[in-house]
Unconditional design. Sequence first.
Length: 589
Amino acid sequence: MTTTGLDPHVDVRTLPDALRFRSEQQPTRTAYVFLRDGEEPQEAMTYRELHEAACLRAGALTAAGLAGRSVVLLYPSGLEFVRTLLGCMYGRVAGAPVQVPRRRSEVSRLRRIADDAGTSTVLTTTDVILELAERFGDLPELDGLRLVATDDPRALPAGEHTVTAASAAPQDIALLQYTSGSTGTPKGVMVSHANFLANVVETDALWPCEPRGTVVNWLPLFHDMGMLFGVVLPLWAGIPSYLMAPASFIRRPARWLEAISRFRGTHSAAPSFAYELCVRAAEEGRTTGVGDLSSWRVAVNGAEPVRWSTIRSFTTAFAPYGFDPRAMCPGYGLAENTLKVTGSPQDREPSVLWLDSDALREGRAEPRGASAHGTVPVVGSGHTVAGTRVRIVDPVTRQACPEGRVGEIWITGPCVAGGYRGRPESSEDTFRARVAEEHGGSGLAHLRSGDLGFLHGGELYVTGRLKDVIIRKGRNHYPQDIELSAERSAPGLQPNCAAAFADDDGDRESLVVVVETDGRVLKSVGARALSKRVYDAVREEQGITPDDVLVVRRGSLPKTSSGKVQRHACRTLYRRGELAAVASAGREA
């Protein structure tokens, strides 16, 4: 039995159980508020209203014969997504959230996900249906998909379905969370109701939500981090959640901080680049509307990896606004574990180790003084809580690594999902890996994360993606370090504007660095000069010489819905000659 923090005698085993409890005990309390343009409240919803709306949608889905099956959820940020997500869970329908397409490649992704999920039913809104018809109506990828507007009562079949405690069982699939595609083809992670509850209970244990707490969220709700922090955590904790569209934040990052100060936000999460954009806004004098940030107790930083320079610059820039440096909470998670794996507690400042850079490239974490020559900072991602456990394992030998040795991060616990839908071989390799020396390789099953890291003092330190590591002369070079050098090579470059990857043409492996920028930087620095600056910065700071440096216009780099650069997709475009460079530099520079 899982209990809420309000009543230890209430049996809550699924998110629908939690919503029923809230609708009975706090029917008129505000659950979610959507902010128009990220500023003024546009629509609000109480727990009773959410429960009734979810029941209506569950009845319609049941009447349509979709119970026990899958559907695609195609929604912009807003409360209709929340109503339909809970309606699907009430009706035992596994929803697969997908980003609303803005370009043809995203329409293709929508179709691939629908086919992979085994469904032709797409739940969405009236506006999205009209937009798809206007922009992509002639595309064959939409043929055969049945688009249903859940915000139009006439589009829902009538149903008298009554939601009972037996409507959803802990082992039922609550969601098909498709991976972002940052390292390959998106795969549908089968997240059960038990996985969801275990993850949100662990998250609340790590970063407790007090009764007067408030969540502020701009992350896309179809993404695992946005869904957990924007929808699931506040529902579990019984606190209001203020939501805004990602575009509202991107257009003016200060809106996020203004909403936290105005609505006294206590919990909010974002990847590292969001904090960097806020620092840039402060430097340019665009945060005058930000008030008191002292209410912010948990500022989750969920990047891969978290940058020490970002933490330091953000806490310095916003200390005058009352931001407590102990509120910065680096964390680590992935969709295959529902989301959160580890996190830093809110009552201490983030941990950082200054490591010998040469040793780190050879897979050893050797701490040095911060002022020592040849050191790099690596930020801790905290500890596990409750039943989750982390191991560091050699990805080749599958032998456990001692503390201080870099290896692949392996995970066990109740948050680990059941596998990838329809992919038994991939599921076996990823979700049921075993350490070689334990019981002859037949020991406890682990989730292979595909990420590299090490343990120090029991805390996890993430160093990068296994498949992204660039190896030269037996030494590891992490692409995020190369990208950071590229981003700092010239003033005006935006955070998260570079991609570094290895390209193998069959004869040799080349290091390619791609940097995107806007017309202002190109005008002030010059395209050719910028490419040369990037080339020199990477060579001097990282000790590795790029074979090719490309400068492209802003918007050219493929990125995931959460803003991460898709290095593999960028490499594919590079190989196809589809990255239109305005300048380049290479070894001959």
